[in-house]
Ligand binder design. Sequence first.
Ligand code: NAP
Length: 480
Amino acid sequence: MTDSKKMYINGEWIEAESGETQEVINPATGESVGSVSFGDSRDAAKAIAAADAAFKSWAQATARERSKYLNNLYELVRTHRDELAGIICAEMGKPLREAKGEVLGAADNFMWYAEEAKRVYGETVPSTIPNKRIMVTKHPVGVVAAITPWNFPVNMVARKIAPALAAGCTVVLKPAEGTPLSAIRLFELIEQAGFPKGVVNLVIGNPESIGKEFTDNKKVRKIAFTGSTRVGKLLMEGAAKTVKRVSLELGGHAPFIVFDDADLDAAVTGLFESKFFNSGQMCICTNRLYVHESVVEEFTNKLVERLTKAKVGDGRNMDTEIGPLVNENGLNKVLDHIDDARERGGNIVYGGNRLTDGEYSKGFYCEPTVITDVTPDMKIYTEETFGPVVPILTFKEEAEVVELANDTDYGLAAYVYTQNNSRCFRMSEALEYGIVGINDGSPTQTQAPFGGFKESGIGREGGRYALEEFLEIKFVSFGL
Ligand code: NAP
């Protein structure tokens, strides 16, 4: 076995205080692809102290100065695109061609916020009192503790640390324990980009222990989290003790609505992107498909035809469209949703099983699956499936489908396919979701706000909106 990779704290690569390490498993083969230091609250406290010590000078650096490091990182991430993509593929199974796109998306964030760092504008506001002047200025919130999930292990890190650093905050990052290798490689590039020591720190390890240090430590002024709604609630509760700011990018349960006037081929393409990208392991993944009853048969046939051509396999093959699930637990959850739907009267019209023969024998593969006759009592109707399964329901009226689509505690992403312009506007306004794709199955871009309504989260990533998440507003009153 090779040496374990370390954590990056105060500009040094160090082992966990506990001396513990953990293996990283490739879900396509079940084999180890490396080992990493596995830390706890003690390492988190050290990293927070380093970030706190570095904060003052980083916050006082000019925007142009901070921008220089972010631009260096942008260039380095682009240059190492294939290497980073290979690591993502090996540690969580994402098909290489998707992983390359993810790395470019991450680089784009570093470039975007290198620019946006220069636009932290304040303002003056007319006073109603003649001898007073009102000035509003913006300031970095302080040390940011960031926690990221495994499903976009490089881009989720970039989406947090790029705006935080641009705003003048220092950062301690905890990536998911299943995908630390890509984060470690990214931090090697961060080191190469020349960021001053302590400005960006990496801790890997026990989530409860590190998470508690993040929420309890007074030096941390902001928690930036992407992950499940369950953990988001825990962190929000913990952060309340010292009234830290939080931004939470949480779970979703996206409806995908196909009207009778939709271009059905475009809708199938959009659904494929929204449902099968990353093997269905995305927060904005379609989880309920509502098809107008007059076109449901035609649509289902077209979808099944598309799925018969979809290549499932090891992500290292460039023709793979759908990779394995991230681990055995992830696979079991998906199979449980399929079984539950079957038992409650669902009709499996395509797929429905684990793949185990030949090239699939060691990995965590599930067939792309289509289920009809879906009813609201099924798990798949209310819980995040996080896998390549499409449950199809039907509807008759626009008002009816709006009500069905909004009937959930989640509010992250929704999709609508229709060629009626007025309906496009009506639907975009009626859906209680932070992101609405109208005739668009993959509505994410660096410069657009990304985040959820209701229990899907608080705050936004992306564009100028993310920068605001890392800034405090100060009002200065001048008496003349
Ligand atoms: P998760 O279990 O909530 O884990 C996310 C992160 O939180 C991981 O780093 C995890 O560490 C850490 N964590 C777990 N328990 C913790 C605790 N008690 N205190 C502090 N940190 C803790 O979610 P996941 O299963 O990895 O990711 C999938 C979820 O993320 C889905 O619900 C998905 O919808 C959501 N997601 C949302 C967005 C968005 O932008 N809205 C984007 C992507 C994913 P370990 O890995 O060590 O457990």
